[in-house]
Write a protein that binds this ligand. Structure first.
Ligand code: MG
Length: 340
């Protein structure tokens, strides 16, 4: 520890060091919270940071990763290039992190762990949202699941040897999906926050894009959740906190859970499948499929490589923008220009 750093906080008015935060977590957090000092550790042991806990350090590694920056050009529902105000995978991720941190803090769970899992949960998402995922699921032997790919990003693909994150963050990223059974309540908070975020912001984007009109949303659902975007998120966050406080599980009350599920079903029927929001989806699938097969034909000629895996990782990592540019280079003839 550098000698210029004061040893204790806050009684002495000094800076807070990692050991102080760990002591604070041990004293202040719920007995059901994960604690940085009790982490099951990293894949490869490392010396601890002087200032940050292990979970704070993991969060920072995710924010500084290339995969995190690429989220800005990956589609959520509306193709990322179509309008400046629609959510992208990056703004979705930030909304999930905001909701998850609010919930974690209210439940006295570990806010740093929650934030790290939330910021990392969609790192493995393909270009063009679930359209890209559907194509890779069909083409790649064994299928493709974005949560498994998110884990692969932090364990293998980002930097040589991966980001070397703690077990709890990796477990939360892998198990943020509905079927997951994560080891921490913080990861369950992220699962619910993901759903609260996307159901509400996809409704908001669908209204903005005039794919939906307000009066089409079933009023029985609005009666339970609220009439505005902000009301609906507040209702769900407050209900989840009230239903889960002091408990060893995270849940919504049955009425709010039913309303949220109803809104999600409504989105599937009206927005996610066959709507105007999806009119370019077949073309997007065609781009991903053509790129995957073209790269595969290329690497198959190179001996000694697991071609399919390398191509899956490469295509899944692309932004929408990069995929369209690669497709154009590969399949669209360039116009003649005299000085080319
Ligand atoms: Mg998500």
């Amino acid at each position: 520890m550098p000698p210029w750093l004061p040893k204790r906080c806050p009684e002495t008015g000094g800076a807070c060091l990692r050991a102080d935060w760990e002591a604070w977590e041990n004293a202040a957090l719920s007995p059901h919270a994960a604690r940085a000092s009790e982490s099951r550790g990293r894949e490869r042991p490392e010396e601890e940071d002087a200032i940050r806990t292990a979970f704070q350090r993991d969060r920072d590694r995710i924010i500084h990763s290339k995969a995190f920056r690429r989220l800005k050009d990956k589609t959520q529902v509306f193709l990322a290039a179509e309008g400046d105000h629609y959510r992208t995978r990056l703004t979705h991720t930030l909304e999930v992190a905001q909701i998850a941190r609010t919930i974690a803090r209210a439940l006295r769970l570990n806010e740093d762990l929650t934030e790290a899992v939330a910021l990392g949960h969609d790192l493995g998402h393909t270009p063009f949202g679930h359209a890209g995922e559907d194509v890779l699921t069909t083409l790649y032997p064994g299928g493709f699941r974005h949560n498994e790919q998110s884990l692969r990003v932090v364990e293998v693909l980002e930097r040589p040897g991966g980001l070397n994150l703690t077990f709890e963050v990796r477990d939360g990223i892998l198990n943020h999906i509905a079927a997951g059974t994560p080891a921490t309540l913080e990861a369950r908070v992220v699962h619910f926050s993901d759903r609260i975020a996307y159901v509400n912001h996809d409704i908001d984007d669908a209204l903005r894009g005039q794919v939906l009109a307000e009066e089409e949303i079933p009023s029985a659902i609005l009666d339970v959740l609220g009439r505005t975007h902000a009301q609906r998120i507040s209702t769900l966050v407050q209900d989840l906190v009230a239903s889960s406080y002091g408990q060893e599980r995270i849940m919504l009350s049955p009425a709010r859970q039913d309303a949220l599920s109803g809104l999600r079903t409504f989105l599937f029927e009206r927005v996610y499948v066959g709507s105007d929001a999806k009119r370019e989806e077949e073309k997007a699938k065609g781009v991903v499929s053509a790129l995957y097969q073209a790269y595969l034909a290329d690497v198959d000629r190179a001996p000694g490589k697991d071609g399919k895996e390398a191509v899956r990782d490469y295509v899944a990592g692309m932004t929408d923008r990069f995929a369209i540019a690669a497709f154009r280079r590969m399949f669209v003839p360039k116009e003649f220009r005299p000085d080319d």
